[in-house]
Design a protein around this ligand. Sequence first.
Ligand code: NAD
Ligand code: MG
Length: 389
Amino acid sequence: MQRITILGATGSIGVSTLDVLARHPDKYRVYALSAHERVDALAAQCRVFRPQRAVVGTEQAAARLRELLAGLPIDVAHGEAALCEIASSPDTDTVMAAIVGAAGLAPALAAARAGKKILLANKEALVMSGQLFMDAVKEHKATLLPIDSEHNAIFQSLPGTYGRSPDAAGVAKILLTASGGPFLQRAVETLEAVTPEEACKHPNWSMGRKISVDSATMMNKGLEVIEAHWLFGAPADRIEVVIHPQSVIHSMVSYVDGSVLAQLGNPDMRTPIAHALAYPERIASGVEQLDLTQWAALAFHKPDFDRFPCLALAFDALRAGGTAPALLNAANEVAVQAFLERRIGFRDIDRVVRRVMDENPHGAATSIAAVMAQDARARAAAERIVHAS
Ligand code: NAD
Ligand code: MG
């Protein structure tokens, strides 16, 4: 029996994870679940999956959850320290890190330091503190498996070479596919007027609101470039973004001998989740088998960096190194939240991020404290720009 902690159980990835787990009660048991604010949804999950522990964001949320779960033997706690506890407890084997944004860093890192098997959906954690995170994984012999569909595809296309340098593995390039999001074809001059509803309507994937907006600006792909750099040890110029609107190929690896390996499937996160849960075995995920005869054509083309300036900003941050990606990530989180709250327009997202990057020096990412200090400075700077606009 694998004992599982799900950080961010009420989110899109959390719900898909529970869906896969429910299909295999003989293999997996839920040890702990967490949610931030959606206490009713978490209570419903607790009644079905009967974890030993549940963690929420605030004391009030915890009190409400205790009421809802009265009579059940479930320990309820709140706050970051409790998240770190359920991520590192000796009573859990595997941690699904599916909190959105920088809030997920501390518990994901706690899981790494406790040597857990980490299923990483929370790409922002790796973007912020890539070197420190990968060092912790190595030092504490944790196992890191990517859930992001592209990185899971790359992992599957690197048979037996995970953790080796790209050169040693004969890798020429990592080809990171991108759907291009909802605005791939929309006239550029109309992007100013995009609403949160339009930005959250992804053509191929159903996801949380923050990652949906990131997909619309293609900041998501930018964060994924940085994520791929840390997971697979590839420098920026060996990671190429390829627009592939159908999202059938989830990414590819191009080798020095001319071979290209790809992973294909229907766009459903239960596939990478099931892959990582069962790795190196395979289990059913509930996803329908891909029927390639249904596809008249699969298209591929180069990304337009003028239409999607966030993609260029992310490459810049990766090349700058140090705490620059943490700066980028924090500014983006603030800008996306402000856009969702209709405080700024869609195109202001890249403007806010660029200004924060231009106006704030980055430093060396020598410690988590240094990364978190950079994160805080970037958030304050981004808030000031949002406020003034
Ligand atoms: P979501 O918004 O649907 O869910 C986020 C979860 O995190 C919720 O359970 C919420 O309660 C919790 N949460 C939010 N803020 C929190 C905080 N401050 N402290 C503690 N918990 C908090 O998001 P999602 O779409 O499930 O994405 C989760 C992560 O997975 C993100 O990092 C995203 O980039 C990544 N990811 C998602 C998908 C997808 O298809 N949804 C695909 C690839 C990667
Ligand atoms: Mg992805």
